[in-house]
Design a protein around this ligand. Structure first.
Ligand SMILES: Cc1cc2nc3c(=O)[nH]c(=O)nc-3n(C[C@H](O)[C@H](O)[C@H](O)COP(=O)(O)OP(=O)(O)OC[C@H]3O[C@@H](n4cnc5c(N)ncnc54)[C@H](O)[C@@H]3O)c2cc1C
Length: 422
């Protein structure tokens, strides 16, 4: 009889787990994989770009899908720094390996991953409400299309349902583990028309990312290829109140409550604060067709504490990706970490599935003891990145790179020095 694996969430973590299980189990007789997601499709999500970093590229390569999965992206060869206060690009920058650093648009990347699945059954518009586990099986209770209730049962359940994970909240009963980090980022995807001037097209199609020190904000510029670029502008709560007031907008309103003109006004004020490359961002606003579209979206920055025991005592439920460790994008690592989690979990579960007597609990224990220290290190780096580069930036003289430095102890020392001199 095939082992029934259920996965909640068709984000990077859930999709790559399914792809890894398919690749490592090979035969469909041994495993039956079912993916449940509440969204209608991969497009049903506000616009976010991902910098897919080395750990994720290597994981995708291991599964044998790297080229196809990342075909929609643009390879990045350099991260440069720009100081909007002096209007100068810094001489130093960081060279990246273009083969292992790729910028993708979430929706396109997830569509590519979904298309690569061969025998996983996907149930969309399937909103998981609760789960129940016994030593023999895991029941998953969902609200399906048209409000109809559905129940699934699995031998092993993987919760890859993101930061608000229903499994973490209701089954593992973690409380107060999500934190508001006191700043927000406005993400914008700019699509250039074919007849846009060359300087815009060059910036959109060459793999050089830019980190910009604004007067009161921090911007990240990502070329996306195909005549598109994405920009994220980060600012803390004090700056938000000031900018919203300048725009004549009540700071307590949510992004979705603002009208198109108010959104445009706020974007213009933010772009002026961190103006780079001859005001390329402000100038490109004339091509924004709809300020109410999800291509322009304000994210409040939150993260979660690491789930230190992400599996249950029966050894048949495990959390991965943001469900186990939601990390801020201040080091651009969340999706990459989720992909790495997924490849490793898929490989370790497949090893058990292929055995005559699988022992999933020992696999989950080993998985957790290897992964939890990695999660804790990266969450600490992302928190340091937020403190150094996004909160109170008006009073700082430079951007920091410490949290990105390899080496678990070295980055802390460098970040501390940067904190003292910034
Ligand atoms: C503004 C922003 C910028 C970012 N930039 C980067 C970056 O540059 N690089 C990077 O690596 N990471 C980045 N991240 C982080 C990245 O988005 C996450 O870490 C990553 O998406 C986590 O993947 P996941 O699969 O664990 O969860 P998610 O991507 O959140 O996917 C969870 C899935 O579960 C589904 N789901 C949730 N609840 C239920 C339910 N009850 N029933 C059924 N389905 C459910 C959702 O519909 C979703 O499809 C960024 C995040 C944000 C917010």
């Amino acid at each position: 009889m095939a082992i029934k694996i259920g996965i909640i969430g068709a984000g990077p973590a859930g999709l790559v787990t399914a792809l890894a299980l398919e690749a490592y189990c090979k035969s469909t007789e041994k495993v039956e994989i079912t993916l449940l997601d509440k969204n209608q499709s991969a497009m049903d999500y506000p616009g976010v770009e991902y910098g897919i970093q080395a750990r994720a590229c290597l994981a995708l390569k291991q599964i044998g899908i790297k080229e196809k999965a990342l075909a929609c992206g643009l390879n990045t060869f350099r991260i440069s720094f720009f100081n909007a206060r002096t209007n100068k690009k810094q001489k130093f920058g960081v060279a990246t390996n273009p083969d292992l650093t790729v910028t993708v648009l979430r929706q396109e990347f997830l569509t590519e991953l979904t298309n690569l699945l061969s025998h996983t059954k996907i149930h969309r518009q399937c909103n998981v409400k609760s789960i129940q586990a016994s030593p023999e099986k895991v029941n998953v209770f969902c609200e399906g299309k048209d409000g109809k209730n559905e129940v699934f049962d699995f031998d092993v359940l993987i919760a890859a349902d993101g930061i608000g994970s229903i499994v973490r909240k209701d089954y593992f009963k973690h409380e107060n583990y999500i934190h508001n980090r006191g700043f927000s980022c406005l993400y914008m995807l700019i699509e250039l028309p074919n007849d846009a001037p060359n300087e815009f097209k060059e910036a959109a199609n060459t793999g050089e990312c830019l980190l910009v020190l604004g007067k009161s904000t921090t911007a990240t510029f990502f070329p996306m290829g195909k005549n598109r670029f994405a920009v994220g502008i980060g600012f803390d709560e004090q700056i938000q109140t000031e900018i919203w007031n300048l725009a004549g907008v009540n700071p307590n309103l949510t992004w979705l409550e603002l009208d198109a003109l108010q959104k445009q006004k706020i974007a213009e004020l933010l772009a002026a604060d961190c103006s780079f490359q001859d005001n390329i961002l402000s100038k490109s606003f004339k091509w924004v067709k709809d300020w109410n579209s999800f291509k322009i979206y304000l994210w409040k920055m939150r993260d979660s504490d690491v789930a230190t025991q992400p599996y249950n005592d029966y050894g048949n439920v495990i959390m991965i990706g943001d469900a186990a460790h939601a990390i801020m994008p201040t080091i651009g690592m969340g999706a990459s970490l989720a992909i790495e989690d997924a490849e490793i979990l898929g490989r370790q579960l497949a090893e058990q599935i292929l055995k005559a007597k699988p022992n999933f609990k020992s696999a989950l224990q080993k998985y957790s003891s290897d992964r939890v220290p990695v999660w804790k290190d990266l969450i600490a780096r992302a928190r340091a990145g937020a403190k150094l580069n996004f909160i109170g930036i008006r009073n700082k003289s430079r951007l920091s790179f410490g949290p990105q430095i390899p080496g678990r102890f070295l980055w802390k020392i460098i970040a501390k020095i940067e904190e003292l001199i910034s």
